[in-house]
Design a protein around this ligand. Structure first.
Ligand code: GDP
Length: 443
């Protein structure tokens, strides 16, 4: 995400090298670079115009203090303005009504409404301890209703069953009754995808809005659509009183422009970002962290939060101890580490949050998701006993494991050798410390 934008913006500092302070004439070049970066990222033109003007105003005459170089001072201003254009402060989800709080989901087909409904249910249950009911008003696509029912099952949220022939308005009222009766805190209402120009469908959702009186009407929009996304958001905002936006598929090959334009063009804050297909792939949207990520400074806070959210603390400590002593560390532990990484959104999601240079370095070192998945596949094909005692894996077991994971026997061998080396290292570190290990490596 944002790779191109990040690269371009990190080049801007260079244009100001050797300057003593920021002036109208010496920031011209830097501003031009920023403008090109934003155009390439598909940021809406009116947003770019305001952005550049703001940066210019604030950068000129900006005292360059202490250790900051003029380039760094300029980037500091860009950082603050990036934050500002994304809304400045984080916009929290509003649940401040007498329960049930209704959240209405709107957007184009394929934007990620149903998936986001499921993710949001999970997030509200885990982070806010809410009892959530999922409701689908997409009577036009039975598969969409089934998809939501499945998501409810996976997340543990309740699901409101729809009877055939029921209309969206009828479903909504019945679901509200049901939620009141069963003391749900939140009702998430998923709707059919529709185009802003489809008057009948827009009228339908407008009626639903009036009927449900939602505390949040969220526009779900696919970040990969760039400026188009922003234009559809505007069309919806004209008909529906939107309270916020969920920007999905930020993990895709998105140039990131939508994140920077949506707030400016619609006046509505981005409340959540979809960052992976899986159910944990929804994050509250923090303009400051996003600005840091765009500038290649990473989102280390986000990474730590994610680790805390997904890690079992006791388990982590137990594993740390094993790794330190090298005793009892086996392939079962290895497997667990892979699972933990997956919970955190996989390698690419983690790299995405690291400062630009670090994540580049990791990519250069070939920390490749495919290789990781393959390794995990091999480990998963072993029996727990084999994982606990890798030395029992002889030729016939190797053949079975290879066949089970679609790998070759050589790959299984390689994994076992690597694991054995890692275990030796751990033991050595424990016994003789770093010096002994270095000697062993050299020898
Ligand atoms: P709807 O028609 O708006 O309900 O869209 P869906 O929820 O069915 O999503 C359409 C597709 O986008 C599905 O394949 C989802 O898995 C995928 N999707 C949704 N959100 C994200 C996201 O944040 N990241 C990625 N990578 N895929 C997503």
């Amino acid at each position: 995400m944002f790779n191109n934008l990040t690269e371009r913006l990190s080049g801007v500092i260079k244009t100001l090298r050797g300057e003593a302070r920021l002036t109208e004439s010496n920031i011209q070049e830097a501003l031009r670079e920023v403008r090109i970066a934003l155009i390439e990222a598909d940021v809406a033109l009116p947003a770019i115009k305001v952005f550049i003007e703001q940066v210019k105003q604030r950068a000129i005459g900006h005292e360059v203090l202490g250790k900051l170089s003029p380039g760094q001072a300029f980037i500091g201003v860009v950082h603050e303005e990036l934050m500002a254009i994304m809304g400045g402060d984080k916009a929290d989800i509003n649940l401040n009504v007498a329960p049930p709080a209704v959240i209405l989901m709107a957007g184009l087909q394929g934007a990620g409404k149903t998936t986001s409904s499921g993710k949001l249910a999970k997030w509200l249950m885990e982070q806010k301890k809410k009892k959530v009911l999922l409701v689908s008003c997409d009577i036009y696509r039975p598969a969409a209703i089934e998809q939501l029912a499945l998501l409810a099952e996976q997340t543990g949220a309740d699901f409101f069953p729809v009877k055939t022939g029921q209309q969206p308005a009828e479903i909504s009222t019945a679901a509200l009754d049901f939620a009141r009766k069963h003391h749900h805190d939140v009702v998430i209402v998923d709707t059919a995808g529709r185009l802003g120009i489809d008057e009948a469908m827009m009228q339908e959702i407008s009626q639903l809005e009036q009927l449900l009186n939602p505390v949040e009407t969220l526009f779900v929009v696919d970040a990969m659509q760039g400026q188009d996304a922003v234009n559809t958001a505007r069309a919806f905002a004209e008909v529906l009183p939107l309270t916020g936006v969920i920007l999905t598929k930020l993990d895709g090959d998105a140039r990131g422009g939508a994140a920077l334009s949506v707030r400016h063009i619609t006046g509505k804050p981005i409340k959540f970002a979809g960052v992976a297909e899986k159910l944990t792939g929804l994050e509250p949207f923090y303009p400051d962290r996003m600005a840091s990520r765009i500038l290649g400074m990473g989102d280390v806070l986000g990474l730590i939060e994610e680790a805390q959210r997904t890690t079992d603390q006791q388990e982590a400590e137990r594993l740390m101890k094993k790794m330190k002593s090298g005793k009892g560390f086996d392939l079962n532990d290895f497997q667990q580490q892979f699972q933990q990484m997956k919970k955190m959104g996989g390698m690419s999601a983690m790299l995405d949050k690291l400062p630009h240079q670090l994540s580049q370095a990791a990519q250069n070192m070939n920390v490749d998701e495919k290789v990781i998945n393959r390794t995990e596949g091999i480990i998963n094909s072993m029996t727990p006993q084999e994982r606990a005692k890798p030395e029992i894996i002889k030729a016939s077991r190797k053949r079975r494991i290879a066949a089970g994971s679609g790998a070759s026997v050589q790959e299984v061998n390689r994994l076992l050798t690597q694991f054995e080396q890692a275990r030796k290292m751990m033991k050595m570190m424990n016994k003789g410390g770093m010096a002994k290990m270095m000697r062993a490596v050299k020898g």
